[in-house]
Design a protein around this ligand. Sequence first.
Ligand SMILES: [Zn+2]
Length: 135
Amino acid sequence: MNEKKKKTPKERREERERQKEGKRRREEEARICQRLTEPLRRFGYTIPAGSIPADLKEQAPNNSYGAPLYYEDIEFTCQDCGSEEIWTAEQQKWYYEIAKGPIQATAIRCRDCRRKEQERKEQSQLPKGYSKKTQ
Ligand SMILES: [Zn+2]
């Protein structure tokens, strides 16, 4: 006998609840996205697909000239090693809104070169005759 296992009423109820919960969450996300982009649409801006709306009040204080309204992946060439890099929309949002990077700033170095540059700077801040310990 290969009887198909029937779902109990309880399991059916739980499954319905899960579906409702998923639907509710998707609607909530759509509402948030709508709220973030609505002010921009009102001013006639459109947000390219795949980009992230900017939260202008989280950006570092600026005269708002040239402040990005949204973030899109940016391709750039590392100025130190010449490698082709992508500064992703998520990284930009983090940089401008969490790290409060200046709005005029943009990525010019790849991750490796940024780290080397950082080390060089730290090194140069030490008094003459001293060097940073290497572990
Ligand atoms: Zn590089």
